[in-house]
Design a protein around this ligand. Structure first.
Ligand code: NAD
Ligand code: GLY
Length: 359
């Protein structure tokens, strides 16, 4: 039987626990104590709610609660749909001790988390992630927010959840491309800071791709332990937390250049990590063999490692110049000195980046 993993994010009085394993949505005794008030709003979407909301509902007996199923998609992660959460909270006459439960992937977690950061200047929320990406990344660490027409995640708040409940049974219905996109974020943790974990992923690549319960749960727990440790040291990204963006500057440029929806975020990150590795080699920071090893693992997990053909390197570079990490008009990138040793590098020469993009 697959074990339940429990770990903590240590943030003093705002510390919380993360629970990972099968059957957790139905394990009311485990998560109900995270809800202290009498009013609850479960925010989900039209894909996830019909699959899993009843499991959560069974645990809300005796409370005054409401459900809201938003339309499914990144294009709905915006202020209009935050306002729908506010309207539903108003109908519920939600007071300061109300709680939002976010049931879904990263889109729902980010949006519902942001609404909970704003309602009455901040109420509790519980993350119930249902995608692999949300289980290993977005549900942990308190980054919440929505997109504006001007750009992605431009409005947001750091607001930590009361608990994270990652029921791995929900991954059974996740489309294969979405699942594999989550695996890219799993590999990221090994690549950026844990060579032993990367070796473990190499040993378990087939089991991971086959969604073997115990291996998937262990991988999620190891990723969450990494993220929890980084968030505990650098909650608001003054330094070390930026390492979690390995492959993301290249990846975001690819997503924008190809048009959102062409590449999933995790697919773009997989390619972006390989480009970051190539640039590190070009700058004599790391051996080419490390990048080749990373690419091989990503390929075994069904992920792309090279960009679609025909992209304009100058357009990619233009997008990279807009990255939030840049300083003083110069590129600041997460590169590495080899597997498990990522570093933030300032003032990277654009000619070197362009050469990698044109490769
Ligand atoms: P998503 O939330 O759009 O989910 C992907 C798709 O899977 C959706 O169609 C969804 O309805 C569906 N789905 C979800 N769970 C399912 C299940 N169990 N079975 C069947 N279908 C299911 O995408 P995502 O990849 O989970 O999250 C991406 C979002 O996360 C982006 O908006 C990104 O900005 C954000 N993000 C936030 C952070 C953070 O730290 N806050 C980190 C990484 C990403
Ligand atoms: N996903 C990056 C972070 O949480 O900082």
């Amino acid at each position: 039987m697959t074990a339940i993993h429990t770990l903590d994010v240590g943030l003093g009085p705002r510390s919380y626990s993360i629970h990972i394993g099968p059957g957790l949505l139905g394990d009311t005794a485990r998560w109900r104590p995270a809800i202290s008030g009498r009013q609850v709003l479960v925010v989900s979407n039209t894909t996830v709610a019909p699959l899993y909301l009843e499991r959560v509902a069974a645990g809300l007996e005796g409370l005054s609660w409401e459900r809201l199923a938003l339309p499914d998609g990144e294009q709905y992660k915006n202020m209009e749909h935050v306002a729908r959460v506010f309207d539903t909270l108003a109908e519920l006459a939600a007071s300061r001790d109300a709680c939002i439960v976010a049931l879904g992937g990263g889109v729902i977690g980010d949006l519902a988390g942001f609404a909970s950061a704003c309602w009455m200047r901040g109420i509790d929320f519980v993350q119930m992630p249902t995608t692999l990406l949300a289980m290993v990344d977005s549900s942990v660490g308190g980054k919440t927010g929505v997109n504006l027409p001007a750009g992605k995640n431009l409005v947001g708040a750091f607001h930590q959840p009361r608990m994270v409940v990652a029921d791995t049974d929900t991954l059974a219905t996740l489309p294969v491309r979405e699942y594999r996109a989550g695996l890219a974020e799993v590999v990221k943790y090994g690549a950026l800071g844990d060579a032993d974990f990367l070796a473990w992923l190499e040993d378990h690549a087939e089991a991971l791709d086959g969604r073997a319960d115990d291996v998937v749960a262990e991988a999620i727990a190891r990723c969450c332990a990494h993220k929890a440790a980084i968030v505990a040291r650098d909650e608001t990204e003054r330094g070390e937390r930026a390492l979690l963006n390995l492959g993301h500057t290249f990846g975001h440029a690819l997503e924008s250049t190809c048009g959102y929806g062409t590449l999933l975020h995790g697919e773009a990150v997989a390619i972006g990590m390989c480009q970051a590795a190539k640039l590190s080699t070009r700058l004599d920071m790391a051996k080419a063999g490390d990048g080749e090893r990373l690419a091989l693992l990503l390929k075994r997990l069904g992920l792309p490692v090279t960009p679609p053909a025909g992209l304009d390197p100058d357009e990619l570079l233009r997008h990279m110049r807009l990255d939030k990490k840049n300083l003083g008009g110069r590129l600041r990138l997460i590169l590495w000195r080899g597997i498990g040793r990522a570093e933030m590098i300032s003032g990277v020469d654009e000619a070197d980046v362009r050469a990698v993009l044109a490769d």
